[in-house]
Ligand binder design. Structure first.
Ligand SMILES: Nc1ncnc2c1ncn2[C@@H]1O[C@H](COP(=O)(O)OP(=O)(O)OP(=O)(O)O)[C@@H](O)[C@H]1O
Length: 284
């Protein structure tokens, strides 16, 4: 079953547009959503959650259309955006008591088990929580109302490497039994190397690629050639940089001719993002 099925979302702001954004997330997996600043990640996530009105397109969550089943689906979605900047002077337990009223499937036992697991003290004030604690608190809330789909906007940003690693382990544990699916946006490509099953890459409002992680990476090769070889391959490169040895460039694997005497390696996600972003600035 698909946890998330996004088809041809279009959304126009004055200076920005989501263009035919489509991707699918299989139930029980983690999808990393990457793209440069301003590429459209948050707008896409807000569109999925109906926090912003789309111009056209279809959003299906767990086989139900969001526009006809929003209230029902919101019970099954756990989302987290930015900071918690309300109820700052109140204790965790006060905020929880307000939030839990909205959820039919709220389970106190599950909630307390997650507070314990995440080392959260319900008597702490929201203002006293570190960034990592806030993310964990949101996860505890989402999981206590039985959320089956977690949609998280940059949950690991602002976390130190240990806290990040810890959170990524939690993500992996959550999807282990195949019931929960996670979509999360990030700039930290090493997070995805560690825990994502699928990658969706958005650039300037368009999906460049959405695929299983290994397949996503395998679609590209990083090539290193001598200066005099550049003309042989230049037109096929997504972008390239000149350096003292010659050049390094990114190419679609299908466009690479192995008979050329040019060394090729498998890029990492960061290199894919950097060279794809350069496409727009012409060849640097
Ligand atoms: N409410 C709005 N009205 C007009 N333009 C908006 C609005 N919200 C976002 N935008 C524009 O849409 C574009 C995409 O923004 P968005 O926040 O989706 O990007 P992002 O990929 O999440 O970026 P970042 O990684 O910096 O968080 C930006 O140019 C932004 O200025």
């Amino acid at each position: 079953m698909l946890a998330l099925d996004i088809r041809n979302i279009n959304k126009k702001y004055e200076d920005f547009q989501l263009k035919d954004v489509s991707f699918q997330l299989e139930k029980g997996y983690i999808m990393g959503f990457i793209g440069a600043n301003g590429a459209g990640k948050t707008t896409t996530i807000k569109s999925i959650l109906n926090l912003t009105r789309i111009d056209s397109g279809e959003i299906r969550i767990m086989d139900k259309a969001m526009h006809t089943h929003e209230l029902e689906l919101k019970q099954e979605i756990g989302s987290a955006f930015g900071d918690i900047n309300f109820y700052m002077r109140n204790k965790i337990k006060t905020l929880t008591n307000v939030i839990k009223i909205f959820y039919h499937n709220w389970n106190d036992e599950t909630y307390y088990s997650y507070l314990k697991k995440f080392n959260l003290n319900e008597n702490k004030k929201i203002a006293e929580l570190s960034t990592g604690m806030k993310v964990k608190y949101r996860l505890a809330l989402a999981l206590s109302h039985g959320a089956k789909l977690l949609i998280l906007d940059e949950p690991t940003s602002g976390l130190d490497p240990v806290a990040r690693d810890n959170l990524l382990d939690i993500f992996q544990e959550l999807v282990e039994d195949g019931e929960i699916s996670i979509l999360f946006s990030t700039h930290i490509t090493s997070d995805l190397e560690k825990c994502a099953d699928y990658i969706t890459y958005i650039d300037n409002g368009r999906i460049i690629n959405s695929a299983e992680k290994e397949e996503f990476i395998d679609a590209y090769r990083l090539v290193n050639g001598k200066a005099e070889q550049l003309d042989l391959i230049k037109n096929d490169l997504i972008s390239y940089k000149k350096n003292s040895f010659g050049f390094t460039g990114l190419i679609h694997t299908q466009d690479f001719d192995p008979s050329l005497d040019i060394k090729s390696t498998i890029p990492n996600l960061e290199e894919i993002m950097i060279y794809c972003a350069k496409k727009e600035d012409a060849h640097v």
